[in-house]
Design a protein around this ligand. Structure first.
Ligand code: BTN
Length: 263
């Protein structure tokens, strides 16, 4: 698989000698964190055929069966303070969306903040994590894309809310091409991350299906209802709540009316 991926990349790709393929791993993000702490260079890419402990946001798991998906983490050392990286998850979503479009012609929407969706169902998820190594900030950028699954490949509880590029397109998906396009787009995202922030966020906002929708914000012990007005430059969702207040939402679970079974 690694050779197929490399064949899709330009021969002089700056990250081409930094890619490791695992047949099975617990989580590429977990391994990337360990490697980052032991000095792995900027642009180190880890990919796996299967994850036994794939992780998502808010302590959730990410179902990662063999032969079906692209599970990738890259280590970035962006030479800036953590507060300059508030938009990293959004920028990654823009990159992942562009990669899917280049590889398959499908252009998924983005559900704030970190899901790519086709119709009402999730096709990919993003988990970005920051670690501090001495005085340096290191970002672990993890992406999981459901490529080749058929409905029966998802556990019962995910069948209504998850889908794959193959199910959506009705065509076979070349995982190696999706992976290569993702590496290319992540490289371009890293190049532009600090210098093209407003352009990246404009692309994010344009693709974000949550904007303009009624939403519910699920907080510990509380649910707040409102209307999503937009996304700010740091990636916060601007919500007008039922009590008339307008606030940026940085974290928490946002349900969009009409998606993932929320009707
Ligand atoms: C989410 O859905 O909340 C995010 C899912 C992120 C999954 C990817 S797969 C590659 C990397 N390794 C992990 O353990 N998680 C990310």
């Amino acid at each position: 698989m690694l050779n197929k991926i490399l064949n899709h990349l330009p021969g002089d790709h700056p990250w081409q000698n930094l890619i490791t393929w695992y047949d099975t791993i617990d989580s590429t993000n977990t391994r990337a964190k360990q490697l980052a702490l032991s000095g792995a260079p900027h642009g180190t890419v880890l990919m796996a055929d299967r994850q036994t402990g794939g992780r998502g946001r808010m302590g959730r798991s990410f179902h990662s069966p063999s032969g079906c998906g692209v599970y990738l983490s890259v280590i970035l050392r962006p030479r800036c303070a953590p507060r300059e990286l508030m938009h990293l998850t959004c920028a990654t979503a823009v990159a992942a969306r562009a990669a899917v479009e280049k590889a398959t012609g499908l252009a998924p929407d983005i559900k704030w903040t970190n899901d790519l969706v086709c119709g009402r169902q999730k096709v990919a998820g993003i988990l970005t994590e920051l670690v501090t190594v001495g005085s340096e900030t290191c970002a672990i950028v993890g992406i999981g894309i459901n490529c080749c699954q058929k409905s029966g490949d998802f556990p019962e509880e995910l069948r209504d809310i998850a889908t794959s590029l193959a199910m959506v397109s009705g065509k076979e998906i070349d995982r190696s091409l999706v992976a290569a396009c993702l590496i290319q787009e992540l490289w371009a995202m890293d190049r532009d991350l600090l210098t093209e922030k407003s352009a990246l966020m404009a692309r994010y906002q344009a693709a974000c299906i949550t904007v303009g929708k009624d939403i519910s914000l699920l907080l510990p012990g509380e649910v707040r209802h409102g209307h999503a007005l937009g996304v700010d430059g740091d990636g916060a969702l601007i919500v007008r709540f039922e009590d008339g207040s307008t606030e940026p939402v940085q974290s928490g679970e946002v349900s969009v009316r009409g998606m993932y079974g929320y009707l």
